[in-house]
Design a protein around this ligand. Structure first.
Ligand SMILES: [Zn+2]
Ligand SMILES: [Zn+2]
Length: 411
């Protein structure tokens, strides 16, 4: 391995490098210096070593710019690259960004040749230097910040003679909230018409939809309008059936894809959703990030349900006592009603508590607290013995849920 002095001497003698390219071979040495400053130090200090790369050693005439056979003229064209990116950002309201660089192929080839010849010790790739320098300029010019984790936009600058260009990836705007659903007639998200599968037919009035409204549609409308996103995706923390109300504030993340506007007045939008209709109410709207959507989806929250149950035959208060046997483990084979879209298997779920009230001779109200994923309708009617135990089995008479509400969701 070469010492700093040996490497410097060899590079200066055999290669015609500009200060950027020379300094970049020593980029890991010293703190708070730019590579062209390291290059200038290399030329100035004869007896150079690891400790020479300090601010005091920078010659006064060190300057950004200059070009050579290795970097071509990429550093001379900084203003051009910055303008290219700034122009491409123009339509978007942004708070953060990330820059990637694809230098010209010949520059990459030359760089690799140098690494092979003089070693990889202390080097920085040219694209890292370029993205840092360009990023810094954009931060200053636009007042937005580089964010390596969660940038609003990713820009890749393609540096290629005759066809310089910027590729953009506009990241989604994510909004967290909770909702209640007060209607037994709308699904959580849009469904295609069962008859035409979305193409449009007489049955769906040529809308292609099974339901004209959904929780998603009601919530997303003003958000789409204000953000001017191209589409919205709805990530719910589970979902209730179409005919079930949800009063337990279900978590969701609304993903607004490729929005032009990001700084939305969330409070005002929440108010707009809530005052414009009475089927859905939203709460706690706030900005969030992509991980949150995955987070609430795999949360497996326990829930409490209230079910109005119709019985085939009259039962006594004494009979109802048998229902306490439902507490504990229940085994549920995949219900017949979802069989076509879920794997057929047995699932064990915990029922934490059950309480009941007789409404009339053939009607009871149940309150059931159960583990995430418990099928409540099946727990009641038994699904031909596929749910064990069940209300039907324990009471010895057919039982059917008439109304179902989710009244609490563990957060
Ligand atoms: Zn150069
Ligand atoms: Zn249709």
């Amino acid at each position: 391995m070469l010492t700093v002095k040996e490497k410097r001497d060899a590079l200066v003698e055999h290669e015609e490098l500009c200060d950027h390219c020379l300094g970049r071979q020593f980029a890991k040495l010293g703190h708070g210096l730019e590579n062209y400053e390291r290059g200038a130090i290399c030329r100035k200090i004869d007896e150079i070593d690891e400790d020479s790369f300090v601010r005091e050693n920078i010659p006064e005439d060190a300057e950004l710019g200059g070009s050579c056979e290795y970097c071509k003229d990429v550093f001379d064209r900084m203003d051009h690259w910055v303008k290219l990116v700034v122009d491409s950002f123009e339509r978007y309201e942004l708070n953060s960004f990330l820059i990637g660089i694809r230098p010209p192929n010949e520059v990459i080839d030359q760089e690799e040749k140098l690494w092979e010849e003089y070693g990889l010790e202390w080097v920085e790739p040219i694209k890292t230097e370029l993205s840092r320098l360009i990023g810094k300029e954009i931060e200053e010019e636009m007042g937005i910040e580089v964010d390596f984790e969660r940038a609003d936009i990713n820009a890749v600058v393609e540096m290629d003679e005759n066809k310089d260009r910027v590729e953009l990836q506009v990241n989604s705007l994510l909004v967290y909230g909770q909702y209640n659903k007060y209607s037994r007639e709308i699904p959580q998200t849009e469904w295609h018409c069962r008859n035409c599968r979305g193409d449009g037919c007489d049955e769906c009035d040529w809308t292609g939809k099974q339901y004209q409204e959904s929780v998603q549609k009601i919530i997303q409308e003003p958000f789409m309008r204000e953000s001017r996103a191209i589409e919205a995706k709805f990530h719910g923390g589970g979902r209730e059936d179409v005919d079930a109300k949800c009063l337990g504030r279900r978590e969701f993340v609304l993903e607004l894809v490729e929005p032009l506007n990001r700084n939305l007045d969330l409070e005002e939008l929440q108010e707009e959703v809530n005052s414009s209709q009475n089927k859905v109410e939203i709460f706690d709207i706030q900005n969030t990030h992509k991980d949150k959507a995955a987070d609430i989806k795999q949360k497996h929250a326990d829930k409490t349900y209230r079910a109005e149950v119709k019985l085939d035959e009259e039962v006594s208060e004494e009979d109802l006592e048998k229902l306490s046997k439902i507490e504990g483990e229940v085994v549920q084979r995949t219900p017949q009603r979802v069989e076509h879209r879920r794997a057929d298997k047995n699932r064990e779920r915990q029922v934490y508590s059950i309480s009941w009230e007789k409404l009339d001779n053939k009607k009871i109200e149940l309150e059931v607290e159960a583990e995430a994923g418990t099928y409540i309708k099946e727990l009641v009617h038994g699904d031909d013995g596929r749910s064990d135990p069940s209300v039907t089995e324990l009471l010895g008479t057919a039982a059917e849920v008439e109304k179902l509400d989710v009244i609490d969701i563990e957060k």
